[in-house]
Every structure is written in C-alpha cells, then in structure tokens.
Design a protein around this ligand. Structure first.
Ligand code: ZN
Length: 244
C-alpha cells in the first residue's frame, strides 16, 4: 500500500459501487482525512450499480463508524453524452464479445479519460488533491485507458492543465482479483482489529455489484450475479483463488 504523502490529505474516489471501487474507497478512508465519492451515469444497461453504491455508502457508515466522519459528499454526474458517441454492450442491448481489435465490445473509447478529466475538475472545485481509481492492468480486459502509462500521462496533463498538483492513485493497478479481496480484508482488519477484515469482505460480497447483466437474484459465495458474464467470471475466480 502506498504511504500517504503529508501534503495529500483529501481524496476523490471514482466509486461505481463495484468490488474494485469499494475496495479503493475503503483504502482512501483508511489513508486520507476527507474523502468524497463520484460516479457517472452514462445510461449503463443497468442502474443496479448506481443503486448498489448508495447502499454500500450507507453500510460503510454503519459498519465502520470511525470512517463515517471522513466520508463527505457523494457526487453523480450525468454523462449521457457517452451513449451518443459509443456503441458498446454496456450502453446498448448487445451481447458481449471480443472485437477484431482484441478489445471486448464493452470498451467505450476514451471513457476513462473523460472520467478522470471531470473528476479532476470536480476535485479542483472541492479542494481534493488525490483522485483514487480502481483501474487495473492485470484485469482481463486490457482497456488501454486503464493502463498505468495512461494514468501517469493523465496525472501530468491534468496537473499542468489546472496548474495544481494532482495525484492519481491506483491501489489495484498491479494486483489481481484474489489480491483485491485480500486488500479489502487487510484494510478492514486494520480499521477494526477484532472482525473488521471479515466485516468489510462481507459488506463487499453482499452489497457491491459487478455483474454486467444486472443480476441481483442469484447469490453465490462471492456475491450476486448471473455467474457467467465476464465480470462475474472474474469476480468468482478471484474469490476462489483467495479462499484457496
Ligand atoms: Zn454476471
């Protein structure tokens, strides 16, 4: 885990309500003095994730009362315009498949660049100097706008363009899904020595949402989901490896 730099005290977490961004949120609450959250509504196929995030925030306040005073405003920005420039299986009713480019058809070109730019603008206004995002190079998808080099380039571009030092922190960049479960456990355990690790893992299992199909009817050991889409597959396999 990266040590907190003394001048970086306040963080904005890109928080979608999934496993990864909830782990990032817990990490930020453990490391920063003030934490705000941000999500984008870009007409996802399912609003389940956006609903999940409200519940996750409420559960975190209940289960980790020491974090509650640090957890500040939650922001939701409308990005419906993304649907006008992209045709992907996340914004349209299309099946998931790999394209000839080698990228899955869930890829929305430039989406994460837009997210970071808007997050930086909001961070500027809210006086937050770190953006925490759950992007990951070890992920199956290989989205080019989630890679480490892209993050570093964005950090420089945004810091220069806003004339303010901005840090983009990526706690999950080099870890896999099994290690992401472990990170959540460790952060929870550090916050509450008796049962915090299990509490945070259980909260993530029960209340976060990752499934591309928006399935909240099938309950598995690792949480709710259809069990067959790429997101469920990744989450389930990570859980199994972590438990093993
Ligand atoms: Zn699924």
């Amino acid at each position: 885990m990266q040590a907190r730099h003394p001048i970086h005290r306040n963080a904005l977490v890109l928080f979608s309500g999934g496993q990864d961004s909830t782990t990032c949120l817990a990490h930020a609450l453990a490391n920063y003095e003030r934490v705000e959250t941000l999500a984008f509504d870009y007409r996802q196929r399912h609003l389940v994730e956006l609903e999940a995030r409200i519940e996750v925030l409420s559960q975190i306040r209940q289960k980790f009362p020491q974090w509650s005073p640090k957890l500040g405003e939650d922001h939701l920005l409308d990005l419906g315009v993304l649907g006008q420039v992209s045709e992907t299986s996340l914004t349209r009713d299309m099946a998931f498949k790999m394209e000839a480019s080698g990228l899955p058809n869930t890829f929305v070109p430039g989406r994460n660049l837009l997210f970071l730019t808007l997050a930086a603008a909001l961070a500027y206004r809210r006086d937050l100097d770190v953006i925490v995002t759950g992007v990951c190079e070890t992920d199956f998808s290989g989205y080019p706008d989630c890679r480490d080099d892209t993050m570093k380039a964005m950090q420089i571009a945004l810091s220069l363009g806003m004339d303010r030092r901005l840090l983009i922190e990526t706690p999950l960049m080099w870890i896999d899904k099994a290690q992401t479960w472990q990170l959540a456990y460790d952060v929870g355990q550090k916050a509450q020595a008796l049962s915090g690790g299990d509490q945070l893992v259980n909260l993530i299992v029960e209340h976060t949402h990752t499934c591309y199909m928006g399935d909240r009817t099938h309950r598995h050991d690792w949480g709710y989901g259809c069990g067959t889409c790429p997101a469920c597959d990744l989450r389930a396999k990570g859980w199994e490896r972590w438990k093993a």
